[in-house]
Ligand binder design. Sequence first.
Ligand code: SAM
Length: 276
Amino acid sequence: MADLPPLREVIARHGLSASKALGQNFLFDEQLLDRIAAIPGDLAGKPVLEVGPGPGGLTRALLRAGARVTAIEMDRRCLPALAELGETFPGQLRVVGGDALKLDHAELMAGEPFAVLSNLPYNVGTALFVRWLGGEEWPPQWTSLTLMFQQEVAQRIVAQPGGSAYGRLAVLAQWRSAAKLAMKVHRSAFTPPPKVMSAIVHVEPGEMPTGVSARVLERLTEAAFGQRRKMLRQSLKGVPGAVAALEAIGIDPQRRAETMTVEEFVAIARILTQGC
Ligand SMILES: C[S@@+](CC[C@H](N)C(=O)[O-])C[C@H]1O[C@@H](n2cnc3c(N)ncnc32)[C@H](O)[C@@H]1O
């Protein structure tokens, strides 16, 4: 096993004080980082995309697990520390300096299937999550997503119908994927500690339901949850054919969006897709 300097020492030596503007909260507990890297299963020899490695805490855990890591980091101050880490694991780490929101991940991974692991600021993490789970192409090139979120967002992703946490994110994450809450992470595990608790969500792609357009389902859930307190017959008024589709499959139009199962949304989207 490679002998690595403690992360705190790496940070001090490279002058990597956490930047608030870049949403930097670092993890130093190597045992915790090894447990996070183990969530997707055996990564030995497998390609992994890590977004936002910072000084490389999770990166070193992934490298220890034998993964072949491509890491995208937009804070150029972190690049020398990451390059140093790469020297300890020859041929296993490629560092890309840049904004993950602006890069084509499939192209970066040269067409190979890859696992994604990431601990990102809330806004960037959610934007990438929506991008990875959206789109008509399925199965995706990624084989799993293992992502840190603030706990409240993680709960929205795995939420079941019937509560206020259930909404567009849950439908997006569950209609053709399996999403689970893999680990809660206490705020004190981070330096500096964020105000809220965090949790890691693990998502694996599943079967694409036949005859359903992702874009149509997206439009439907946007309308339904955009006015979530209203009855569906009201909130879906702006989606042509949606209220008729509800009635065609025996769904009471007086119900509200948060009572609808993912399967019910998919069934309506299937009818609307046929009408496109
Ligand atoms: C919360 S820190 C986590 C650092 C490290 N992974 C850890 O767990 O200790 C998030 C990292 O993502 C980087 N980052 C933020 N936005 C990014 C973006 N759009 N593209 C790439 N990296 C980004 C930040 O510079 C920072 O290093």
